[in-house]
Structure formats: C-alpha cells, structure tokens
Write a protein that binds this ligand. Sequence first.
Ligand SMILES: *[C@@H]1O[C@H](CO)[C@@H](O)[C@H](O)[C@H]1NC(C)=O
Ligand SMILES: *[C@@H]1O[C@H](CO)[C@@H](O)[C@H](O)[C@H]1NC(C)=O
Ligand SMILES: *[C@@H]1O[C@H](CO)[C@@H](O)[C@H](O)[C@H]1NC(C)=O
Ligand SMILES: *[C@@H]1O[C@H](CO)[C@@H](O)[C@H](O)[C@H]1NC(C)=O
Length: 363
Amino acid sequence: MPFRTTVRRELLFVLLQGCLVLAQSTNPSTYMDNALNAAGVLNDVYYNASTGLWNNLWWNSGNALTAITDVAKADSNYASTAEGIFATTFQNAPGRGGGPGWTNNFYDDEGWWALGWIDAFDLTSNQSYFAAAADIYNDMQTGDNATCGGHWWDKPHSANTAIGNELYLSVAAHLAERTSGDDRTGYLNDALNEWNWFKNSGLIDTNNIVHDGLDLSTCQVDAGSPTFTYNQGVILGGLISLNNVSPDPSYLQTASNIAHAVLAHMVDDNGILIEYGGSLTPDENASQFKGVFVRNLMALQQVQPDSAYVSFLQKNADSLWANARDSSSGLIGPDWQGPFEDNDMSSQNSAVSCLLAAYVASQ
Ligand SMILES: *[C@@H]1O[C@H](CO)[C@@H](O)[C@H](O)[C@H]1NC(C)=O
Ligand SMILES: *[C@@H]1O[C@H](CO)[C@@H](O)[C@H](O)[C@H]1NC(C)=O
Ligand SMILES: *[C@@H]1O[C@H](CO)[C@@H](O)[C@H](O)[C@H]1NC(C)=O
Ligand SMILES: *[C@@H]1O[C@H](CO)[C@@H](O)[C@H](O)[C@H]1NC(C)=O
C-alpha cells in the first residue's frame, strides 16, 4: 500500500507536470524575440542594399517591407533598422519592377507597394512615403471598369482577380483614413464602389471563402477556382479600414465571417494554416500568401478581439518555430506544420508576420 501510494503520487506529479507544460502558452515576449530573430535573418540573408529589394523580388519585397515595418511598430528599438531600410529601398528600388517608379503592368504589384509605404508613413510620419503611396494609387485607378465590373488585375486586361480588387479597396480605404476634404471623399467613394461590387461579385462563396478570380466570359467564379490564403487576408484589412472611415457593422461582420471560415476550412487537424494546393508547388509567390493572411488577422484581432484568433495565431507561431525552422540558420520554410524545406525569402517574411501577429494578439 505505501509503495503503491508513492508510485501513484509520482505518477500524479508527472501527469500534473505534463498538463502544466501543455497548458502553459509561450510567453508573449518570446514571440517578439522570435519575430526579431526571423526579421534579422530575413534582412541578413535576403536584403540587397544595392537594389533595395529582398532577393531582388518585386511584389514580395513590398510585403517584406510591410513585415519589418510591423515589427518596428511593435518594438521601437527596431525602428532605426526599419527606417534605414526604408531610405535605402526608397532610393534604390524604383524602376526595378518593370515600369517607372513603383508601377508596372500589374495593379496588384502596385497595391502591395502602396500598402507598404502607407505602413512606413504610419511609423515615420514621413510625407515622402505617403506621397509615393498616393502616386501609386493614381496609377491603380487606371485599372477601373473591368468587363465584369470591379478592377482589372493588369494593364493588358487579361484577368479580374480577387486580389487586385481587394488591394484596390484596401489602398483606397487606407488613403481615405489618412486624408481629409475632397481627397478623403474621393478615396472613400472609390473604396465604397469597389466593395459594393465585390460583395455581389460571387467571389465570396456561401462558406465565406474568397475565390481567386472571375471567368471573363461568364463573369462567374470557375468551379475549380483557387482559394489562396491571401485572398482571405487583404479583404480583412480593407474592410477594417473602410469601417474606420465610414462605419458600418456589416464590414467587420463580413471580415469575421471570412476569418472564421479560414480557421474552419483551411487548416490541418492541428489548426495549422494550409495554403491552397498544399505544398505541391512551393515557390516564392505561393509562400508569400500566408503571411498576408495572418498580418490582416492580427489587424482584425486589434479592432474586434476574438479568442479563436489568439489561439490560432499562437498555435501557428509555435508550430512554425518548432517544426518549420532550421535552428542553425534561423531560416523558416513555408509549411508551418513542418518539415523545414522549400524555404525562400517569402516564407521567411511570412513567418515574421506570423510570429509578430502571435505577439500582438497575446498582449
Ligand atoms: C544584389 O543585386 C545586384 C543586382 O541584381 C547583384 O548584382 C548582386 O549580386 C546582388 N547582391 C547580392 C548580395 O545578392
Ligand atoms: C523622408 O524619407 C526620404 C526618403 O527615404 C528621405 O530622403 C527624407 O530625408 C525623409 N525625411 C525626413 C524628414 O526624415
Ligand atoms: C470608370 O467609369 C467611371 C464612370 O463612368 C468613370 O468616371 C471613370 O473615369 C472610368 N475609369 C476608367 C479608368 O476608365
Ligand atoms: C512569381 O510572380 C512573378 C510576377 O509577380 C513572376 O514573374 C514569377 O515568375 C513568379 N514566380 C514563380 C516561381 O512562379
């Protein structure tokens, strides 16, 4: 009997310890340390000062710029690093995307840079960055009035995509938020027109999942249309911003519906985000998408807190750190459930956004 009691006590102790470990979530400051570590690797390995780009990639670098800006917003010690990069990129990157300045033939590429410079403006209050975003937007406006309504994806008018329309909405609403008078009215009208078209376009399906694009001959979503994670991401930031300028409860309700649809339908059994198509065709474009989603979910959590978002972001940050990261190099791959493979610049900056989102959501 005494023997058994001892054993039972020990067993209970071991079990309790296990429960404590399981129940103990990662310390929030650890997420910030990890985000800083991943951002350091992003810049050390991929940033090229002579081009002002990360791995000389164009639209993805607009996202890397946003990812490091968000890190600096959360940790003021990082601001000087981010500001040094803004100055170098602002000087050396224009014209490298295939067109003059920050423009080229792809309206979505333009949108990423516009959002990146708006983020840099928010951190620094430097009007040069705001002016760059406003100039980019002027060029984006030339893609209006697509065949099926909404906005063209590109200047040759080859496609009408969710991402092109979401970015147009988000940039217009962000500009409206930061302007006054006629400028604000103009941006707001564009954003409202875009949203009124988008919500009835068929791009959002009955499960609240956003599809990638429309068939130009039918103006319907193709049955097999992809549902990339970034399609579910940019729309959240656009609706948050639209709600800030012109409040309407339906905007955040729609954002919440889309976010919850992702948490229900686009994850594995452990709740870890999966990209459309899984890891079958990993490349530097597909591996960018998840960072966009979690960054915008972080923004939604800030205006409309939801414990489901917090636990999703923490789980994904924990998993990518434990399973998708090479601990000797600090590089992180695109499959957050692991293993570490197929890493590139975009998977690195996506990981930065996830780690940071977990930190911000844990506050
Ligand atoms: C930076 O980009 C330039 C121009 O493409 C290239 O010549 C150079 O090798 C790159 N540097 C690094 C470190 O990748
Ligand atoms: C604003 O940013 C531009 C471009 O990086 C830079 O040349 C300028 O010095 C900055 N202005 C201020 C007031 O910091
Ligand atoms: C789109 O149509 C509106 C309304 O007719 C017009 O004011 C605007 O200039 C058009 N934009 C473009 C890029 O064609
Ligand atoms: C990624 O997208 C760019 C256009 O933004 C394209 O030029 C490039 O070929 C794509 N990369 C891959 C690996 O598909």
